[in-house]
Ligand binder design. Structure first.
Ligand code: HEC
Length: 133
């Protein structure tokens, strides 16, 4: 039996949709920030370590407390209940585009979650991971 043309069109459509499903988004500001984090001790950034920090728990708090189980999901602020849009630039291209915003929230959120500031190495690692998801 000959496959109808419309079936082929639909299949081709799905394949190209799939190819475009996850654009390889590179937020230029991430590179700039990582450059500013580099020093004698910090020479490269490690995504698995960034992921480990994201999921590490301190006194029942972790980055997931507000940002949700996965950075590709919509989160919910633990105190205010407000919706927080996904953190991964692959599903939310408006993420991680402003250095001042990133630094402001790193400061506030690392303090609340870990009880201390994140180091330049940790911040670079977290950004490395978030842009790869
Ligand atoms: C108490 C809730 C809460 C926790 C816990 C939390 N965050 Fe956030 N985070 C927010 C809110 C609120 C925003 C700003 C709102 C928005 O951008 O949607 C934000 C924004 C950010 C941003 C800026 C995103 C951008 O687009 O520039 C970064 C980076 C970030 N958080 C990192 C972290 C990291 C790393 C942790 C864990 C150490 C963490 N957050 C834990 C609530 C939280």
């Amino acid at each position: 039996m000959k496959t109808p043309t419309w079936v082929l069109v639909v299949i081709t459509g799905f394949i190209s949709l799939n190819l475009h499903a996850k654009p390889d988004i590179e937020q230029p500001v991430i590179k700039q920030l990582q450059e500013s984090y580099r020093n004698n001790a910090v020479t490269s950034f490690d995504a698995p370590d960034g992921k480990a920090i994201w999921y590490s728990e301190q006194n029942g708090r972790s980055c997931t407390s507000c940002h949700g189980t996965s950075p590709t999901d919509v989160g919910k602020h633990r105190k205010t209940g407000k919706k927080i849009l996904p953190m991964a630039p692959s599903v939310n291209p408006k993420r991680l585009i402003k250095a001042a915003k990133i630094e402001k929230w790193f400061l506030r959120n690392c303090k609340w979650t870990l009880g201390r500031e994140c180091s330049p190495q940790e911040k670079g690692n977290i950004l490395q991971w978030l842009q790869q998801i």
